[in-house]
Write a protein that binds this ligand. Sequence first.
Ligand SMILES: O=C(O)CCC(=O)C(=O)O
Ligand SMILES: [Fe+2]
Length: 358
Amino acid sequence: MLITSAKEVAELPNLKAVPSNYYVDNHHNYSLPAAIIDTNDDDDSLIPIIDFSLLSSEDPHQLSKAIQDLGRACQHWGFFMLVNHGIEEGLMEELIGVTNEFFLMPEEDKWKYKGENVFDPIKYGTSFNYTSNETNFYWRDFLKLSLHPQFHSPDQPNNFREVLRDYCDKSRKVARMLLSGISESLGLEKELMEKSLDLDSGFELLVANYYPACPQPELVLGLPPHSDFGLLTLLIQNDVGGLQIQHNGKWININPIPNSILVNTGDHLEIFTNGKYKSVLHRAIVNKEARISIGIANCPAMNAIVSPADSPLIQNERLPPLYLPKEYREYVEMQQTKPLDGKSCLDQIKINSPSKML
Ligand SMILES: O=C(O)CCC(=O)C(=O)O
Ligand SMILES: [Fe+2]
């Protein structure tokens, strides 16, 4: 079957209505959770804002407060805005610019990166995940790149590789610093996570999303509700909002804040913390203007076995392990080939709680 990108559909001459195979109602595999979409500005402003520079403060009180704030944001929201992260605004803008140029290239130049398998290091595609046999589509095109342990980049546009390498080296340092702060926030020794999940060989996947301008945004979704695999995702975006996250049973709009990085905790941080830090469902709506977002998922090493941390602070008689150990690679395979049902993949490895079994 010839696949058409969402951008090609959006650019059909005289397109006034969205083709019906993009209608969100047609996705029979899952139903949207009954929740209120809250567009209230007060709620938007509630997303925690973490000042990265305070995580290296020399003032012990400031440092310990910054670590506590980080832990609280992961526990109560699973999402936070990171400011003062030290990555130059110009570099972030350049990455968004070259990514936009990639999506503006002729279709045949992009489809040469189609890829066939879950672990192909460079993949261009459309909708949620073209490895599952979708017949109804999401209003989104994507480019997925494996960045670590081996770095992969398309050759075009010309300076894409160079800009990406610079950004991803800097983003990795920020992510590692956050992960060690997160270990500390749990009372664990700083290095426990990096050692047990072999983060020096950690897998990193970049997902660039292009949501074309849509004539009827209310009828479609850019991305269905999902949680991210990995430990932490760091996401930058242009100034067109569209991300919604589940919080206290509602969908909350997250408006972009200039020069910030949106961070969320992924499935493997939920597993490692034995459920204390939640991997939160989120989705993307679309707009009459095109939107770009670029996330990097920072993950355990492919052959690491992920389980709740081996520490009495994380699992003990009162807190039995809630998740089955699983090799990271197997989890990714399972997630990438699982049918869409609006539920997190974590459900498949949750151990039934004793109260359920009584
Ligand atoms: O576009 C966004 O803001 C969200 C993207 C996302 O959730 C993803 O790529 O996993
Ligand atoms: Fe996501």
